[in-house]
Design a protein around this ligand. Structure first.
Ligand code: DC
Length: 231
């Protein structure tokens, strides 16, 4: 890709398929893939490790400023988020950490710090960047913005299967449904950088399509836009 680095923003709620789709897009477009949720989860892990109350905003913001966070590009193109020099591991995806992460990601200073990391990583080399505020706040000027959506029931079914398969949670499907619903609500209604979209996004339904189809729809849209305004 010549000219400006290609930045593709993939936003949407949890369990909508962002990670799988973004990973495949990055391979197809030959740019790194950055999962910004993992960066917030790294802070969630730290808060949990140190026994800090997630409600204690100033303490959490202090931790964010001191966080030893590294974004390391692996040979396969993915970007590993390292906390204190180590991979986050499966624990970062446990429901307990998801809850803490959702709470602490609402803090303005936490967001400023994470967004700085995200910009300095992607602006120089391009990336497929996945999160909640990528097209609205982090890279508002990229023309490649996609908002993935699927019904809550579909998303919970997928997440439940993932958690069961990796043995990471003993929540029932109903409990998970409640938890995911509450988390989505919190992520979408917070004052700072809520999950939202505007007309600059292309909305893609992932409930009624296979992963391959979603990836194809997005790649075609990017190609069309690239042809209209070549970099
Ligand atoms: O994508 P995920 O489920 O791993 O994200 C974990 C939490 O981090 C989720 O509650 C929303 C938050 N998050 C955010 O606020 N902004 C982002 N760009 C990415 C994630």
């Amino acid at each position: 890709m010549k000219g400006e680095p290609l930045i593709v923003a993939i936003d949407g709620t949890s369990g909508v398929g962002k990670t799988t789709v973004a990973r495949r897009l990055a391979v197809a477009l030959d740019v790194p893939y950055l999962e910004t949720g993992a960066m917030y989860r790294a802070l969630g892990l730290k808060v949990d490790q140190l026994g800090v109350d997630p409600v204690n905003q100033s303490k959490v913001e202090e931790l964010a400023a001191d966080l030893d966070l590294e974004l390391r590009r692996e040979e396969n193109g993915t970007v590993e988020v390292l906390l204190d020099g180590r991979h986050l591991g499966d624990r970062a995806r446990q429901p307990r950490i998801s809850e803490i992460t959702s709470a602490i990601s609402a803090y303005p200073r936490v967001r400023r710090i994470m967004v700085e990391h995200q910009r300095s990583f992607a602006e120089s080399r391009g990336a497929v960047v996945e999160g909640r505020d990528i097209g609205t706040k982090v890279f508002p000027h990229t023309p490649y913005k996609f908002f993935l959506q699927a019904p809550l029931e579909t998303r919970v079914r997928r997440r439940f299967k993932q958690l069961q398969e990796s043995g990471q949670s003993n929540l029932s499907a109903d409990e998970l449904m409640r938890e995911v619903g509450q988390r989505d609500e919190r992520d979408s209604t917070r004052a700072e950088s809520p999950l939202t979209l505007d007309s600059s996004y292309r909305v893609v339904d992932t409930g009624s399509r296979s992963i391959e189809e979603v990836v194809q729809v997005i790649l075609e849209e990017i190609q069309q836009r690239l042809m209209k305004s070549p970099a």
